[in-house]
Write a protein that binds this ligand. Structure first.
Ligand code: CA
Ligand code: CA
Ligand code: CA
Ligand code: CA
Length: 648
């Protein structure tokens, strides 16, 4: 109650009323004008937020001879999310191929400052990569973020980012300097990367040394990056910057490293450095990595631009942030990859109130504006008076006695001064500020020139070359060879070949001649056979018939006794042709009629010529007929023979 009573007593004074009034006034201003942070919702239902961080709302700002810098944050989602950053650096052998570049941007190519890793090469691609990572890490340092490094070649490695024993994958915050050597630990690790020209191996020397073979393997690099992010709490923002001067295929199927990154919500921005790198065409590996993870692929043909390009990386889903003063002066803010932004206004009036508005546009066109009000200083600080007269020399005697106060004051001076100085300094500062502004404008003009040059060159080249070559070669070779060789070779080979071919053809001709000889032999053999057969035929058929052979060739009828073989009892007389006689003789038939019954043929007598036909002894009537017929035939035959002889 005592304090409340004192407050009312104070407010009853005019000073108290003034303070109360001013307090209410500023509270009113804050309520009316300040909308900071501000939020909205995109067409896809995501939160879009923006916050003006400096200057503070309602503050008085010193803009005397210095620009006003406005900074803030914007984000799809919460503004205060923690972010994890991974710098994925290609340390393959090819990063040493180009040297003497101006990686530190001081305008002098290949000087000592361009050698970021302290090896024997100034300003090679790896130096520019390290330079870019250092600059990017510093530009992101105001964010609530931690940073890691993945180095890769044919294999990859999660760098130990802290001097603390064991392996730590993240520097927290980004510029952490645990070993207090005034160099951010992450920068020390980046500077320790080097590779042996031209074929490696490659190294990260801090804080846990590691070496790996040179080459390029994007899949393994992404796997290490995933390992680092997986060690951080879920739900945080993961952003990677993937730098390579090479090319490699990247697996994109389910479960592949790049798909795992996308599944974890990691955004991978890729940078294709130099002419030999993957490139950012739709089918290029680095483009695929960016597309699948929602990042951006950027070709950086000039490695010395890497630092600026990296710092110019913006969140994929945010188009821009524009800051205005009193709705009259507009500046496009510089936006970094984690949503941090900065806008700078070169000249503000003194003692003015300014409404500062910061507007963010998401890629779907959604706009959100935060605003604050500030007041600029009424005047610049008074210049320090410059002494015009030289002080006269002071006492020259040296004090020998140092007085020691013995009494300590115990009473507080009363009353307390209550008067605020009301005198405005009347002298105007006369000295010109000597400080050159150190902030270099960082805004890159974003407007593309829209005017197409309309002047067509009107001068057509009119000079046609008039000189035709006039020199024709005039020298014809005139020397014809005139010497005909006149020497006849005089040496005759004198050696007789002594080698007899020893190989006998072993192949039998397989072709049969198909031509039939068409020439008829014309030579008549002239040799008379001289060989007389000596072989005497031995088979003599003993002639059984004596007498004069019957004239040939007329067959004769013969009367014989036919004795059937095996049945001699049936012997009977028959007439046969003389040509059939040998066969009958062979089986025992006899010439002439058979003897009468009871007599043997041998008893008739020896055969003699043509047996006379007799009529005696027909054995039967049929035989009698035959015998009579045979007799007639015989008589007729004999008559015929005689007639024949007479006709001759
Ligand atoms: Ca340089
Ligand atoms: Ca170097
Ligand atoms: Ca460590
Ligand atoms: Ca350090």
């Amino acid at each position: 109650m005592f304090k409340v009573w004192r407050l009312f007593t104070f407010l009853s004074t005019w000073k108290g009323r003034l303070i109360l009034f001013l307090t209410l006034f500023f509270i009113t201003i804050t309520i009316v004008y300040a909308d900071n942070p501000a939020g909205g919702v995109t067409t896809t239902g995501q939160e879009l937020n923006i916050f003006i961080e400096t200057p503070a709302n309602g503050s008085t700002v010193n803009v005397c001879n210095q620009p006003l810098t406005v900074t803030g944050q914007t984000a799809i989602g919460d503004l205060d999310q923690s972010a994890n950053v991974s710098y994925v650096i290609d340390v393959s052998g090819s990063t040493t191929f180009v040297t003497n570049m101006d990686c530190n941007g001081d305008g002098i190519p290949g000087n000592a400052g361009d050698n970021f890793n302290g090896d024997i090469r100034n300003g090679d691609i790896l130096d520019c990569e390290i330079s870019g990572v250092i600059a990017l890490n510093e530009s992101l340092s105001t964010a609530n973020a931690e940073g890691s490094i993945v180095a890769f070649g044919s294999s990859s490695f999660n760098a130990d980012i802290s001097p603390v024993s064991g392996q730590q994958l993240f520097a927290d915050p980004l510029l952490a300097d645990v070993n207090n050597n005034s160099i951010p630990d992450l920068e020390e690790v980046a500077r320790s990367a080097f590779t042996l020209f031209p074929n490696g191996p490659s190294f990260i020397n801090l804080f846990t040394p590691f070496s790996f073979s040179t080459g390029t393997n994007f899949n393994l690099a992404l796997t290490s990056m995933n390992t680092a992010f997986a060690s951080q709490p879920a739900g945080e923002i993961n952003v990677a910057f993937f730098l390579s001067d090479g090319d490699a295929t990247v697996s994109t199927g389910p479960g592949s490293p790049v798909q795992q990154a996308a599944d974890a919500g990691t955004v991978v921005n890729t940078y294709s450095i130099g002419n030999g790198a993957s490139g950012c065409a739709p089918s290029d590996s680095l483009r695929q990595i960016a597309d699948i993870t929602g990042g951006v692929c950027t070709e950086v043909l000039d490695p010395t631009q890497l630092s600026a390009v990296l710092q110019g990386t913006t969140p994929t889903e945010i188009d821009w942030v524009i800051v205005s003063l009193n709705g009259e002066i507009f500046e496009t803010a510089t936006l970094n990859a984690l949503g941090g932004w900065t806008a700078t206004f070169p000249e503000l009036d003194l003692d003015e109130q300014y409404l500062i508005e910061a507007t963010v546009r998401a890629e779907d066109g959604t706009l959100v504006t935060a605003d604050i009000t500030i007041h600029t200083d009424a005047f610049c600080p008074t210049a320090t008076p410059t002494a015009t007269n030289t002080p006269t020399p002071g006492p020259t005697a040296t004090m020998t006695h140092t007085p020691t106060p013995t009494n300590t004051p115990t009473n507080t001076p009363t009353p307390t001064p209550t008067n605020t100085p009301t005198n405005t300094p009347t002298s105007t500062p006369t000295n010109t500020p000597t400080n050159t502004p150190t902030n270099t404008p960082t805004n890159t003009p974003t407007n593309t020139p829209t005017n197409t040059p309309t002047n067509t060159p009107t001068n057509t080249p009119t000079n046609t070359p008039t000189n035709t070559p006039t020199n024709t070669p005039t020298n014809t070779p005139t020397n014809t060879p005139t010497n005909t060789p006149t020497n006849t070779p005089t040496r005759t080979p004198t050696n007789t070949p002594t080698n007899t071919p020893t190989n006998t053809p072993t192949n039998t001709p397989t072709n049969t001649p198909t031509n039939t000889p068409t020439n008829t032999p014309t030579n008549t053999p002239t040799n008379t056979p001289t060989h007389t057969p000596t072989h005497t035929p031995t088979n003599t058929v003993a002639p059984t018939v004596t007498g004069t052979p019957a004239p040939s060739p007329t067959p004769k009828a013969l009367v014989i006794c036919h004795i059937p073989p095996g049945n001699p009892d049936n012997a009977h007389t028959i007439i046969i042709s003389s040509s059939a006689w040998p066969a009958h003789l062979a089986h025992g038939d006899t010439l002439g009629e058979c003897p009468p019954e009871g007599m043997q043929p041998e008893q008739i007598g020896s055969p003699s010529g043509t047996a006379p036909v007799t009529s005696s002894g027909p054995s039967s009537n049929w035989d009698k007929v035959l015998n009579i017929s045979a007799g007639i035939l015989t008589v007729l035959g004999l008559l015929a023979l005689r007639l024949g002889k007479r006709w001759e």
